[in-house]
Design a binder for this molecule. Structure first.
Ligand code: AMP
Length: 416
């Protein structure tokens, strides 16, 4: 058997890893400005957390989870999304007891058994935020403003924010009935998945990507017209706060996200030319979910950004190899330079120092591959004279300096 990576799971290789760190750094910096702290729940959780927290009738729970029995016979699942785990940690560690609102973010891998394609993997990574214990539209607006600033910070200007309201426990049941009354006479024109959705979650039919289903729902009753005055007020205040912050959005009445637990605000950020996989981030309000997981009846909302999709859209970062390669030609030169190089590294200089034994030619080839700016060469002759040759690999100019001066070489670099 040839050993290779599992289908839909990718190696993150250099130099692409630098884009990822760049994205994560940008998120950590910006989210801190909005008062979010990092919370990292484990990747494995009890399966019941997801059936309860994500919803039994969702695609994720029905067909996409990586679930197995551990050696003790317990059913565990590799998290398909982050919210359930964060809320479990929030409840279990009684973080809700402190005065709210509480703001958390988490970064890491998620696992879903989906059909892999460009921008859709079985192990993928999300940056996820939750804002808990605040019912007001200010929080809805705040997280969307934060995402918008995040996209801006990354230089992704060609993105759109889509917004919808799903109503609440008060007004949604009546809308559901109205929608069912519309869909049932037309059910033969719906795809098999949507026919099934009619009994479990008819709102999801609005979100189906299949053309024949889209045609059927074209004339469906409008959710926005059916929501109660409280939901309407919540929606319009969210919109006015977004406008106040200069964040554009578009009402998208079809935006019914895959997870069962959303209420009122749902949103998605789309952009780039990733075809069908153009959703970069999505989220919404899930009042009631914390209680459903055994915690207090506190409201909450959250969103997740897909790291792979952002990485696909961003231009590669400019090459940045080590500052310097130290080419010690022989054991004696290596020993003499070794402590100097260790001091330089302690002083935060990026220094590449291959073990002795390689020819200068092959060392220069390596420097070229790594994008090293300078190479410091010490052969027997230089060693005897306590000298070192420093060559600028870009210009080809070289200088000879005293060995010990290597430590203050930064000066030389700027004057060269
Ligand atoms: P969701 O958790 O389904 O609301 O997705 C939130 C974001 O995660 C999406 O907008 C995508 O950017 C990303 N995402 C979801 N599923 C995948 C996947 N299978 N592969 C890559 N990215 C994904």
């Amino acid at each position: 058997m040839k050993i290779q990576a599992v289908r839909g799971m990718k190696d993150l290789l250099p130099p692409e890893d630098r884009i990822w760190r760049h994205i994560e750094r940008a998120a950590r910096e910006l989210f801190a400005c909005f008062g979010f702290d990092e919370l990292c729940p484990p990747i494995l959780e009890h399966t019941g957390l997801f059936t309860r927290g994500v919803g039994e009738n969702t695609d994720i729970v029905e067909k996409e989870m990586y679930t197995f029995n551990d050696r003790g016979g317990e059913s565990l699942t590799m998290r398909p999304e982050a919210t359930a785990g964060v809320l479990r940690a929030y409840i279990e560690n009684k973080l809700h007891a402190a005065p709210g609102p509480h703001k958390f973010f988490t970064v890491g891998p998620m696992f879903r058994y989906e059909r892999p394609q460009k921008g859709r993997l079985r192990q993928f990574h999300q940056i996820n935020c939750e804002l808990l214990d605040d019912p007001g539209p200010h929080s809805d607006a705040e997280v969307m403003i934060m995402i918008s600033q995040f996209m801006e910070k990354l230089g992704l200007n060609n993105v759109s924010l889509l917004l919808n309201s799903l109503g609440c426990r008060v007004c949604r049941p009546a809308y559901r009935e109205k929608l069912l009354a519309f869909l049932i006479p037309r059910q033969n024109s719906l795809c098999p998945d949507c026919q099934r959705r009619l009994t479990v979650n008819p709102l999801r039919v609005l979100d189906c990507k299949i053309q024949s289903c889209r045609e059927v729902t074209e004339e469906a009753p409008s959710l926005m017209e059916a929501i109660c005055p409280e939901c309407r007020a919540h929606f319009s205040r969210t919109g006015s706060l977004l406008a106040l912050a200069g964040v554009d959005f578009r009402l998208q009445p079809r935006l019914v996200r895959g997870l069962d637990y959303y209420q009122r605000t749902t949103f998605e950020v789309i952009g780039g030319d990733l075809g069908a996989q153009n959703a970069l981030a999505g989220g919404g309000r899930y009042d009631g979910l914390i209680a459903r997981l055994g915690g207090p009846d506190q409201p909450g909302l959250g969103f997740a950004i897909g790291l792979e999709r952002l990485a696909l859209l961003l231009p590669p970062l400019p090459e940045s190899g080590p500052d310097l390669m130290v080419a010690a030609l022989g054991e004696a030169a290596y020993e003499r330079l070794f402590p100097l190089v260790m001091t330089m590294r302690r002083n935060k200089r990026q220094v590449d120092m291959p073990a002795p034994g390689k020819s200068l030619k092959s060392l220069l080839r390596r420097a070229d591959r790594l994008g090293t700016g300078f190479v410091a060469i010490v052969g027997d002759h230089e060693l005897a004279e306590e000298k070192i040759i420093i060559k600028n690999l870009q210009t080809g100019v070289q200088k000879t300096i005293g060995l010990q001066a290597l430590l203050s070489w930064q000066l030389l670099e700027t004057t060269d």
